[in-house]
Ligand binder design. Structure first.
Ligand SMILES: C[S@@+](CC[C@H](N)C(=O)[O-])C[C@H]1O[C@@H](n2cnc3c(N)ncnc32)[C@H](O)[C@@H]1O
Length: 193
């Protein structure tokens, strides 16, 4: 049984079936490229990049991309894809709670389906880190889980609105999720520093 969210994703990223649903950029992310270009954005961070679908897309569109994730298998896949597509970007294993970047480094930070893997304290720490590494005027785009999700409230409550679920059957695999997940009332989360 996997013990943390990162370990669970790492296991998933190791197989083609596990990666299959996570290869195409989300339209809401791809759709921001013209906006970023119009704002003169250059430096982009994909925080929790998974198998790299967004990081690779941004590199393809000429941005200077840093991508981090805790899961090595996802980073390995993204690295192979970058080589196959002749794309330059920096991929490294790191923790969302302590970002290995200087203050005010990025014009845009993306964290798609990542920061809610934890408790309210974890989410707050990650948002503070995102704020720290954004340049003044920089944009953040991310997601939270929705309280309107049918899964909301399932599992063992370990803190207000925070649950640890048991087995989660998926279309492509079954994972045993033992990490806490914090939903909120707004699944889309974005701000300008
Ligand atoms: C749902 S996947 C999303 C991947 C990617 N953002 C995408 O949209 O394709 C969540 C990713 O967040 C990573 N992750 C979760 N908690 C993390 C943490 N504390 N530090 C670094 N990565 C983390 C997982 O390893 C996983 O790759």
């Amino acid at each position: 049984m996997v013990a943390t969210a990162v370990e669970a994703w790492d296991e998933r990223w190791a197989t083609p079936e596990g990666r299959a649903d996570w290869l195409v950029p989300h339209p809401a992310v791809a759709g921001l490229v013209p906006v970023l270009k119009a704002r003169g954005a250059q430096h982009v961070l994909d925080l929790g990049c998974g198998v790299g679908r967004h990081a690779l897309y941004f590199a393809e569109h000429g941005f200077a991309v840093e991508a981090i994730d805790g899961a090595a298998a996802g980073l390995d896949f993204a690295c192979r894809e970058a080589a196959a597509r002749d794309l330059r970007l920096s991929l490294r294993q790191a923790d969302a709670d302590t970002l290995p970047f200087s203050d005010e480094s990025f014009d845009y930070v993306l964290s798609w389906n990542v920061i809610f893997h934890g408790t309210m304290g974890d989410v707050g720490r990650r948002l503070a880190e995102i704020w720290r590494v954004l340049k003044p005027g920089g944009l953040f785009q991310g997601t939270m889980l929705s309280k309107r999700d049918v899964q909301f409230g399932r599992g063992r409550a370990i803190a207000p609105d925070t649950f640890i679920r048991a087995a989660i059957p998926r279309r492509t695999h079954t994972s045993i999720a033992t990490w806490p997940a914090l939903p909120c009332s707004s699944p889309a989360l974005s701000f300008c520093r």
